[in-house]
Design a protein around this ligand. Structure first.
Ligand SMILES: [Zn+2]
Length: 108
């Protein structure tokens, strides 16, 4: 599972075994760059939200179970380049944590 850079404008098809996580789309980052928020800010906000969703009950993001069911084992494609942070990295870390909890018997 890794993050790949993909943009619809470059003309290449989405590679096999890859799920698109850009906006619009249910796995896009609910927080957007702009209004003083940098890419680092919105990725940190998203990662913090995944760790504790009670911070933002107004955000309707797919559940942990749904995330694992839909994305685990796939590469995640986002338009972000590899040099900066991306919410896809946060998603991959989150899925690893969920899998670790599942295999060690922790509650998901
Ligand atoms: Zn991204």
């Amino acid at each position: 599972m890794r993050r790949i850079q993909w943009t619809r404008y470059a003309g290449q098809p989405l590679p096999p075994n890859t799920k698109l996580i850009t906006r619009p789309g249910k796995y896009g980052n609910p927080w957007k760059v702009g209004d003083g928020a940098t890419r680092e800010d919105v990725v940190a906000r998203f990662e913090s939200y995944l760790a504790d969703r009670s911070q933002h009950p107004e955000v309707a993001y797919p559940s942990d179970d749904e995330i694992v069911r839909d994305l685990d084992g796939y590469d995640l494609a986002c338009a972000c380049n590899h040099h900066g942070p991306c919410h896809g990295d946060a998603l991959i870390r989150h899925i690893h944590t969920l899998n670790l909890l599942a295999t060690t018997g922790g509650a998901r």
